[in-house]
Design a protein. Structure first.
Length: 65
């Protein structure tokens, strides 16, 4: 899954990641390494949501319920 390896690498080395890799790692961490199989968090309140690796932000409503 996108971000899982980047997260593991960062945790072991603490070397800087690219922005893309950092966002992917953050999402993997937030989603529990996607262990439940869910890829899109649907958290429209997260400022990184439009950039998350498995989201479909362009087709979602901007209304938060």
């Amino acid at each position: 899954m996108k971000g899982v390896q980047e997260l593991e690498d960062w945790r072991s080395t603490h070397e800087l990641l690219t922005r893309k890799a950092a966002i992917q790692a953050f999402c993997a961490d937030c989603m529990g390494n996607y262990e439940d199989g869910v890829k899109d968090c649907n958290n429209m309140n997260c400022p990184l949501y439009p950039y998350q690796p498995y989201g479909n932000y362009a087709n979602k409503s901007l209304e938060v319920t």
